[in-house]
Write a protein that binds this ligand. Structure first.
Ligand SMILES: Nc1nc2c(ncn2[C@@H]2O[C@H](COP(=O)(O)OP(=O)(O)OP(=O)(O)O)[C@@H](O)[C@H]2O)c(=O)[nH]1
Ligand SMILES: [Mg+2]
Length: 336
């Protein structure tokens, strides 16, 4: 049996300093946390860790071993790519929309659930939880224990809050728990970690799925941290004219090309700049044209989405052409 790091699940090793699980200590059997976890926990250090082919690894392991899955997606990361990963899992499962504390109060959860089920063809139950505000977590445990389920895999995209949730649940049952490492940087959890929280229940933490396309580069720590809202999201609405353009963080420029209304559901810590004339800023980026139907969401993967009221043709200059998806507005009742 390999010795594993309690913080990230990596196999401990003392020979390769640049690889996961490294510790300078000689006797691995006495080590609880790898050097990386120790530094994240004690010095708030930030690390770029890349995990090769992690999405396939997770799906393969889970389809082989899991009896039940809770799959976490936070409100800003609901899109075809994340929901497809959920839909690919074969075992019984539920979807958990995490970070309930950031979801604007104006959003009715029952309507959102109906929308998600219809728009993304989800048959399973959908729940909402917040670890930060401690909302609905006891209900999640009660649900599974009552069904006689003894082991639950907690899956989801990186930074969706899996490890924080498991620590929270563990602390309901036990005092002085050995915490799994959590952080605002992606890829904190490296491998599966089994936590026996009680005689009735084992929770399995997992590495996060990774989006194929994100707005940030892996070493842009400042941007990565600001992409994740710390507190409740305040939607920002702007009325546009034909010549109005928006710039998001020097990464994306959207030309509205219409008299319209744009409401941004992205972290309030991100810079959105409005331009009113044919500025040539950011035109060095790739250009795409998108047709938008009335009352649609323009999804920008890894950021969130923009609700657009009227049909229009947008010109978008972007650091990455693959960041975008369009869907019916999340606020529309869908009739299919
Ligand atoms: N607002 C809010 N933020 C949360 C909540 N839960 C977690 N976070 C934040 O989300 C970030 C990621 O949390 P983790 O628990 O490490 O996420 P993870 O899913 O385990 O991430 P990986 O291990 O990288 O896959 C941290 O910055 C947390 O503070 C929550 O309920 N509300
Ligand atoms: Mg984690």
């Amino acid at each position: 049996m390999m010795n594993k790091c309690l913080g990230c699940g990596a196999n401990l090793q003392n020979t390769r300093k640049d690889e996961v699980g490294y510790t300078p200590k000689k006797d691995l059997s006495k080590v609880k946390y790898c050097e990386r976890c120790f530094k994240i926990n004690n010095y708030n250090s930030k690390f770029i860790t890349t995990l090769d082919n992690v999405n396939n690894y997770i799906i393969k392991e889970v389809n082989k071993k899991a009896k039940y899955v809770y799959f976490m997606i936070d409100f800003l990361n609901i899109n075809n790519e994340t929901i497809n990963s959920f839909n690919q899992l074969k075992c019984p499962k539920s979807l958990i929309i995490s970070k309930l504390d950031i979801i604007p109060k104006s959003i009715n959860k029952d309507r959102l659930t109906n929308f998600l089920k219809k728009n993304y063809n989800i048959k399973e139950n959908i729940y909402y939880q917040s670890t930060k505000k401690n909302l609905n977590n006891k209900m999640l445990i009660k649900n599974i224990v009552e069904q006689g389920i003894k082991e639950v895999y907690i899956l989801g995209y990186t930074n969706s809050g899996k490890s924080n949730l498991i620590n929270k649940i563990n602390s309901y049952f036990n005092e002085n728990i050995e915490k799994i490492t959590t952080s605002s940087i992606p890829n904190t959890t490296i491998d599966f970690i089994k936590i026996k929280v009680s005689d009735e229940l084992v929770l399995v933490d997992s590495p996060g799925f990774i989006l194929n396309n994100v707005i940030y580069k892996m070493d842009e720590y400042d941007l990565i941290e600001r992409v994740n809202p710390k507190k409740y999201l305040k939607p920002l609405t702007y009325q546009t004219k034909e010549n109005t353009a928006f710039e998001i963080e020097d990464k994306i420029r959207i030309d509205a090309n219409s008299v319209n209304s744009f409401t941004f559901y992205i972290s309030n810590e991100l810079k959105i700049k409005r331009l009113f004339n044919d500025s040539d800023k950011l035109t060095n980026l790739d250009k795409i044209e998108l047709h938008i139907e009335a009352n649609s969401d323009l999804i920008i993967k890894s950021l969130g989405f923009i609700n657009i009221k009227k049909a229009c043709d947008l010109s978008i200059y972007t650091c990455n052409k693959e960041l975008f998806e369009i869907r019916n507005s999340i606020f529309e009742v869908v009739n299919k």
